[in-house]
Design a protein around this ligand. Structure first.
Ligand code: ZN
Length: 78
């Protein structure tokens, strides 16, 4: 019983820390282009093309923030 409580407490701390970090820094560098907004083609390494994953912004909205935005939208429409 006590172990479950501790595990829940740790999960809550980790979750709130993650939510807080998403609120402070909603964007992170794109994993594909490493924040450069362009990535090199695998077939032709000399060719640099706009990153489609981040729409050549170099930034990606973090998952937690995306869920937050979605939750807010649902709340507003309700
Ligand atoms: Zn990218």
């Amino acid at each position: 019983m006590g172990g479950t409580l501790v595990a829940t407490g740790i999960a809550l701390v980790v979750l709130s820390g993650y939510v807080l970090s998403c609120a402070v820094r909603p964007f992170r560098d794109c994993w594909l282009c490493d924040g450069k907004a362009h990535h090199r083609s695998k077939r032709n390494p000399k060719l640099s093309r706009p990153c489609r994953w981040c729409r050549s912004t170099g930034k990606r909205l973090r998952l937690g923030r995306r869920l937050w935005n979605k939750a807010r939208r649902v709340h507003r429409n309700a």
